[in-house]
Design a protein around this ligand. Structure first.
Ligand SMILES: [Fe+2]
Ligand SMILES: [Fe+2]
Length: 222
């Protein structure tokens, strides 16, 4: 696939999924976050698994930092879900949608990653940029009073080291920063693939959340 086509394809896919999300959820941002975070946790796990298998097949070193970063992204998205499930409970239709979306999207992303991993990372970069916009809109509605600024879940307070009286707005700011970081990471992965290089060990490792040792036990329990 030509690089220009990869980018166009990734953008078209993102527009299509954004259109569906806008139609289905409109401004129900809590529900939107829950359903979309169940999908957001898929790409990092699929890509991490595939690169792990690639490393095994090729019997080569150098893939470890990228595998760990991708799996950490998937774990971070799963935590977003754990936070927002405290804010909004999905209805029956949304639960069915989650099941169908996972079955379809896992297989779709897996095939895309095998055929064109660069396109897959560009698509995730675009998804993440859309997620930043959605969380910005969500934050605006909370600040305007259109959505109640409820207390942040304890799990999120521990995970992000937030003050005990943190609210939903504080949580959204933290989650949005994570999404921005994922967008940068996937952009970097796509760039590396255009030069067809192995990941540079010195620059790949995502800063570990060293300050969250207490939160780790919470994460394990979640
Ligand atoms: Fe997320
Ligand atoms: Fe993300």
């Amino acid at each position: 696939m030509k690089p220009e086509f990869q980018l166009s394809f990734a953008k078209a896919q993102t527009k299509f999924f954004r259109f569906l999300a806008d139609r289905f959820f409109a401004e129900r941002y809590g529900h939107r976050a829950v359903v979309l975070e169940t999908i957001a946790g898929v790409p990092g796990m699929v890509a991490g698994m595939w690169i792990h298998l690639k490393s095994l097949r090729q019997m080569k070193t150098g893939y470890g930092p990228k595998i760990r970063e991708l799996l950490a992204e998937a774990e971070n998205e799963r935590m977003h879900l754990m936070f927002f499930i405290e804010i909004a409970k999905p209805n029956l239709i949304e639960r069915c949608l989650i099941l169908a979306a996972q079955a379809i999207f896992w297989n779709y992303y897996f095939l895309l990653y095998i055929c064109s991993p660069r396109t897959a990372h560009l698509m995730v970069q675009n998804f993440e940029e859309e997620a930043v916009k959605s969380y910005t809109n969500y934050l605006e509605m909370v600040k305007n009073g259109d959505i109640e600024n409820v207390p942040a879940p304890t799990l999120a307070i521990d995970y992000y080291d937030l003050p005990a009286n943190a609210r939903l707005a504080d949580l959204i700011v933290c989650v949005r920063a994570d999404e921005q970081r994922h967008a940068h990471a996937n952009s970097r992965f796509a760039d590396e693939m255009s030069s067809d290089k192995l990941p540079d060990k010195s620059t790949q490792l995502i800063p570990p959340r060293a300050a969250h040792t207490d939160a780790e036990s919470q994460r394990d329990a979640a």
